[in-house]
Design a protein around this ligand. Sequence first.
Ligand code: UGA
Length: 442
Amino acid sequence: TETALPRITVIGTGYLGATHAICMASLGYEVVGLDTDPRKIERLQSGEVPFFEPGLPELLAKTMATGRLRFTTSVEEAAAHGDVHFICVGTPQKPGMDAADLTYVDASVTALAPLLDRKVLVVGKSTVPVGTAARLTGLIKELAPAGDEVELAWNPEFLREGFAVEDTLRPDRLVFGVASDWAREQLEASFRPIIDNDTPVVVTDLATAELVKVAANSFLATKISYINAMAEICEATGADVRHLAKALAFDDRIGGRFLQPGLGFGGGCLPKDIRAFASRAEEIGVGQAVSFLREVDAINRRRRSRTIDLVREMVGGQLNGKKVACLGAAFKPNSDDIRDAPALDVARTMHGLGANVRVYDPAALDNARRAYPELRYGTSAMDVAADADVVVLLTEWTEFREIEPSALASVVKHRRIVDGRHALDAEFWRAEGWEYRALGMP
Ligand code: UGA
């Protein structure tokens, strides 16, 4: 006889939670998504995804039609529904500090636990400092009427923005941090269709599961800063980081992915995760082990100022009064996310230096406008490039890669371009009469 599928609740319907809820419902589970923000819930319930993610709106429409998915602000409703409760709330950087802010994680557990009166599994998915699960286990046991019956597990999430659906339904691996066989069985039942798809599962303890996530993001950030450090050396020696990266990538022990030099990493994950990890390691007395992450962060920040240096050099040493067209605002293409976006950081700094900056992005303009009303925005690449002294490519959207140098030449004042992402064919642009500069190449 087939055991019934566990009923799932997802707490927090931001980027991670909304994707998780929709994908789980698409796999056949009965899912309730919970959030404290009534506007988010209203939009999701009416079939609208409140952020940009390719493929997700279609999947939401499809799953809403099955009746297996609903969204609510009622924690009572969520608690009554779920056999397995996924915690998917944000863990942003604490303002002015490196540590992670666990306010939302703690608040969701504090709200949910007192309503747990039967044996259920609470599963943390949020990225947290190691040791958080152990602390929350204690909190749940203290607050839940079902006491020891309620268990906590940790199941880190590795999805990338822009590929969220694909990464959730076909992940590279699943990591189950559990304290008992029962918890492992519950997680297996919650991911059955994905496991049956030959997805590797690593079963481990809670602390290891918490660590896998920050270790993975730290590795990725380190890889990016490594190639960007090599770019700095190239700049000092006349070497070409594009060829260097290509040659390294042929060694499949190194691999070519996340070896794209340029403006460096941003977003709501990599920057804050490496800082929180370094900070947590210091707290527990092993700061030295990951002190290199401070360097990874510093290299990454230098790419932003060095990009501005290139622009400044190109316009003759002074940004003041120069018209600068910024192509891109999102932290990466196929996203409207502007959290710690290198593109906007560069645009704002140049604005602060007196440049006449105009920004265009295919998806992130609304978010950018809201966060930085002091900047000026345009409706297309051609629009912001009109009469520009210099064009700066900051996010490698396909639509920017496909720009014809001759078309752009017809609107700018000077044919000067800084390619912050090595997204364009340098030789071709130069042949078309453009002064082309990029980090790490002559
Ligand atoms: C990252 C991880 O890749 C995911 O595995 C993880 O689940 C997620 O964080 C998270 O913790 O939630 P994401 O922030 O969506 O995903 O973006 P990435 O694709 O990792 O890109 C991060 C930044 O690195 C972007 O600003 C991108 O432009 C930059 N990057 C990436 C480079 O500068 N060079 C590269 O070679 C690759």
